[in-house]
Design a protein around this ligand. Sequence first.
Ligand code: SF4
Length: 316
Amino acid sequence: MDAPFTPLAPEKFRDPLTTAKGDVRASVDFVGLETLWLNTGTLCNIECAHCFMKSGPRNDRLVYLTLEQVTGFLDEIADLGLATRIIGFTGGEPFMNKAFPSMLDAVLARGHEALVLTNAMQPLWQRRDALSNLAARHGTERLTMRVSIDHYTPEPHEDERGPGSWTLVQRGVEWLAGGGFRLSVAGRTRWGEDPAAVRQGYRDLFDVWGLDVDAFDPGQLILFPEMDERIDVPEITTACWNIVGVRPQDQMCATQRMVVWRKGRPAPHLVPCTLLPFGREFDLGPRLADALGPVALNHPHCARFCVLGGASCTPA
Ligand code: SF4
């Protein structure tokens, strides 16, 4: 059931340095680039009921990245001597981008790990041969597919993703498991159930589907809270870290950045994390070298999703 709606106070999240009450806004210092995310484009084969990206078959607000752009960022990582372990791919649905298998090839050939957020439906299914070739060339140890399975039962999952989506994700994820691909699963908490019961529900499902995913490992089954920036949430001040017992260096923006290519712009730009792809105030420019400074927590997602919600896209 959805929570009662209390709208966000308009005076909040206005000033990157100061909250509406005049306190010093919290910020996160950059620690090191462990993960670079590449948003391959917002186009998706489906249109989920509560997609925070509003991805879908007609949304190209973020256009398809090209292989040349991706290799450019990989070159910059090497030139800067960054110890970037993981290259993450998100969308939209990454397998919609025709250049995506070539991007994976480039990432794996340079020794990075690849993490792919996918719905494992038709776009992945149509690229099975390319995936099998990648597995044959590079092995599967450095290639993880994080499959979106919103709930451990079909009805809520299909309420989000549409009729027939359960059967298609089962087909895709079972094929991935049979091919030896490393798997993790992204679920959601929007139904307000007891967290332990949710994890047990997923464990039972993974047993039936034959998936080697530990439902009680938060790095293998990632349960995401809802993200609605219109709902009221407290702003995060410098005092909050101690009060809530959360460390700034554990936030995504301490160790991650994301590349997005906005429609109509000449080149892709960096943003602090996967959660803030659109706001101009979070645009960090086109070069990694200029995008590695501190980040002011000046968005409702910083509060609800990261500091107070405790969720993260950080790979295990
Ligand atoms: S949404 Fe989270 S990761 Fe992104 S800038 Fe805010 S605190 Fe950092």
